[in-house]
Design a protein around this ligand. Structure first.
Ligand SMILES: [Zn+2]
Length: 298
């Protein structure tokens, strides 16, 4: 019996170390839900091992066209903390929240960032703030403050995790500045499916030369007149490429490429991470996109 005792203790230690809830006593042990994969990654960087963070949307889903499932409603109902991008990005969330019942805190990651708007104001606001890492510094600060309110006992840990992650985000910004310096100023022209790279363009000195869909969302289809207009814009601007997210339909871009001779770059990851490389984390996703843009435009 005396020899069995330490083995038994060891087994308990192994079991508790393997448990998914590594939280210390007093920490809320519920799962934290973030709306999208990149927000879940940003949140994990701040939460560290104190909280379990999951993404509501699966990898590869386009948030603009996302249709929630009954399981989503159940996951929202079970959550006590929900992290959203905000700026009208989660168009699917209102009915889910209404039906879920219960109470949860909501952190809006983009709170405090003034959104871009289109000239006519008819397309609402541009939610793609995360495509400028300087905005993600603010996301990390909002998430840090929200986690600290949710779990005050670990506030110091969230503060120091956020500080380390913000250093990585600033390094990413410097890296992007250095990379895009390879592209001559007159070639810094972006054509995309919908207007997703506006914040990126403003930060790194690009011009949006055109979009297939005149919208901040992927939902709409262009008219024949809009297609003709875009072909003219591409020819007159000299934009050499059309950049698509991996989830975008390629057909219209191929049609435009046939008429203009530009290349189509199909595998940017702007709205979702990938399982492992090339865009397994938010930072890797940005690096992957920047390398593709530099390669096509330099
Ligand atoms: Zn988008």
């Amino acid at each position: 019996m005396r020899r069995a005792f330490p083995v038994w203790i060891l087994l308990i230690l192994i079991l508790s170390a393997c448990g998914r809830n590594a939280s210390p006593a007093g920490t809320p042990d519920s799962v934290i839900l973030a709306s999208t994969t990149f927000l879940a990654d940003i949140t994990r960087n701040v939460a560290g091992d104190r909280l379990t963070v999951e993404s509501l949307l699966p990898i590869g889903a386009d948030p603009h066209s996302y249709q929630p499932t009954p399981q989503d409603a159940a996951r929202i109902a079970d959550s006590r903390l929900l992290i959203l991008n905000g700026a009208e990005y989660e168009h699917f969330i209102e009915p889910l929240l209404e039906n879920a019942g219960g109470e949860r805190e909501v952190i809006e990651a983009s709170a405090g960032i003034s959104p871009r708007e289109d000239a006519g104001g008819e397309h609402g606001v541009d939610p793609h703030m995360w495509l400028d890492p300087n905005n993600v510094v603010l996301y990390a600060e909002n998430i840090r403050d929200g986690l600290a309110r949710f779990d005050p006992a670990s506030a110091a840990v969230y503060r120091s995790n956020a500080e380390a992650y913000i250093t990585e985000l600033k390094d990413l910004d410097s890296w992007i500045v250095e990379q895009v310096s390879q592209i001559p100023q007159e070639k810094r022209l972006l054509v995309t499916n919908h207007e997703s790279l506006g914040y990126f363009a403003e930060r790194y000195g690009f011009t949006i030369a055109g979009t297939i869909v005149e919208s901040f969302s992927s939902g709409a289809s262009p008219s024949a007149g809009q297609m003709a207009g875009l072909i003219d814009q591409i020819k007159s601007s000299g934009a050499p490429a059309i950049f698509l997210d991996a989830s975008d339909n390629e057909a219209l871009a191929r049609q435009i490429a046939d008429e203009t001779g530009v290349k189509v770059v199909t595998d940017l990851h702007l709205e979702s991470l990938t399982e492992g490389p090339p865009a397994g984390t938010y930072i890797d996703m940005m690096k992957h996109n920047v390398m593709l843009i530099v390669e096509a435009l330099k």
